[in-house]
Design a protein around this ligand. Structure first.
Ligand code: FEO
Length: 169
């Protein structure tokens, strides 16, 4: 009867470790986007500024989604320490390139945890992570389309003119 009263851990313990690592990656992404938003803000790049503030919020939302999932399934979510956030960028294109690289790493990590969950029959986590797979695909597409705009406009176009063509969110 005790098992019915206290919620059992329904996620695999090793998968839980990977989910905690994912929380850390998402929070790091959030902090990174905040640094990018600040860089754009200081240079009056209004669309990019709004875009990265929004991205930062979204990534925090992703972290919290996983955080709640872990605790709601009887696990222990860990609040991560965030280190090595880069605040220094050479160019606006560099900011977007760094973003795409970051998203690719996040996608790879989600795939890894998804496969891990599948291999240990952790169906709860497998289903939960499906949303993230779709989300990552959309985010990578967004950054690739933005980098296409840089290619189309060429390196000699003033930054503000490029920024005006970029999405705000
Ligand atoms: Fe939540 Fe875009 O990584």
């Amino acid at each position: 009867m005790k098992t019915a009263i206290r919620k059992q851990m329904t996620i695999n313990p090793e998968v839980m470790d990977s989910l905690n690592n994912q929380i850390s990656m998402e929070m790091h992404a959030s902090a990174s986007y905040l640094a990018m938003a600040s860089w754009c803000d200081q240079r009056g790049l209004l669309n990019s500024k709004a875009f990265f503030y929004n991205q930062s919020e979204e990534e925090r939302g992703h972290a919290m989604k996983i955080f709640s999932f872990v605790n709601e399934n009887g696990g222990a979510a860990i609040s991560p320490s965030i280190e090595s956030v880069n605040n220094d960028f050479d160019s606006l294109r560099g900011v977007y390139e760094a973003s795409l690289e970051q998203e690719i790493k996040v996608t790879e990590s989600i795939f890894k945890t998804f496969k891990q969950a599948r291999s240990v029959d952790d169906f709860t986590t497998e289903i939960f992570l499906q949303w993230f797979i779709t989300e990552q695909s959309e985010e990578e597409d967004t950054f690739r389309s933005i980098l296409d705009i840089f290619d189309l406009m060429g390196d000699n176009t003033p930054l503000k003119m490029i920024d005006e063509r970029l999405p705000k969110e």
